[in-house]
Design a protein around this ligand. Structure first.
Ligand code: MLT
Length: 263
């Protein structure tokens, strides 16, 4: 399905009934990364997945935009679907966008699930790397970024034992347009620090982290947990940064427990 939100074409899926839950994907992937979660949750919940602008089948007429703009697409999609409040589930970049959404539309958030992500902004060095990666995407195409990212995103267990996951991640990343990859890198470089926002969070927060995640490691997510009132942290063993893809059964079990207790 597609909806045009303020001139941006957003591709999405809307399945099941009940409490709405909206999944926001990681960089440089798209909504296909949530297939297992969508299957597990849709018998009990209304599950919405979407391609963030510039990814998958979603397109933007602008080349420069912020994570706030991407959060506002999500709000627009909720209006389009007549959803007042939802649980947002964001992994990594999806987590940054969930926090941007919560900053701007707190009344529309029932709860937050922040997986393999961080509240802090980038360092100068981190920003410089993103600008380089954006240029590389524009110069060499999405396959170059897919190659760079797959080995970093997945943990050693998945890389060693489950080559089909690496192939799937690469395939998804390669299918995204280079312009969207570049724009998202620049948007992430410009994101503000959300540490004080989350220290005042008034909604239930579940944090999930792969034990082998080197991009947002368990130690960083433990610090995040201490900073957020009433946040729960679950560590998933034998998973790297893409914990939902690497250990889908455990990830789904944790999600279902959290969402069932909310209802
Ligand atoms: C992601 O998985 O979304 C990225 O690793 C986020 C980032 O580059 O900070």
């Amino acid at each position: 399905m597609k909806a045009t939100i303020d001139g941006v074409e957003i591709a999405y899926r809307d399945e099941g009934t009940g409490q709405p839950v909206i999944f926001l994907h990681a960089f440089p992937l798209n909504q296909r990364m949530w297939h297992e979660q969508s299957e597990a949750l849709k018998p009990k919940f209304r599950v919405i997945t979407l391609d963030l602008r510039g990814f998958g089948e979603s397109r933007s007429h602008q080349s420069g935009y912020s994570l706030e703009d991407m959060a506002s697409d999500v709000r627009g999609l909720m209006r389009h679907l007549s959803i007042e409040r939802a649980v947002l589930i964001g992994l990594s970049m999806g987590g940054y966008i969930s926090m941007a959404f919560y900053r701007r539309y707190p009344e529309a958030v029932r709860a937050l699930v922040l997986s393999d992500t961080r509240t802090v902004a980038d360092t100068e060095e981190g920003r410089a790397k993103r600008f380089q990666s954006a240029q590389k995407a524009e110069r060499e195409g999405s396959a170059a970024i897919a190659r760079d990212m797959t080995a970093v995103l997945l943990g050693p267990t998945s890389l060693k034992e489950r080559p089909n996951i690496a192939a799937r991640v690469t395939r998804i990343a390669e299918s995204n347009p280079p312009s969207g990859i570049a724009a998202a890198q620049r948007a992430m470089a410009g994101r503000p620090d959300s540490t004080s926002l989350m220290a005042q969070a008034r909604v239930p927060v579940l944090l999930i982290c792969g034990s082998e995640d080197t991009l947002s490691p368990p130690s960083e997510m433990e610090t995040m947990q201490k900073n957020i009132p009433k946040a729960t942290l679950k560590i998933i063993e034998r998973a790297g940064h893409l914990s939902n893809l690497e250990q889908p059964d455990r990830f789904n079990e944790i999600l279902l427990e959290f969402l069932t207790n909310l209802a």
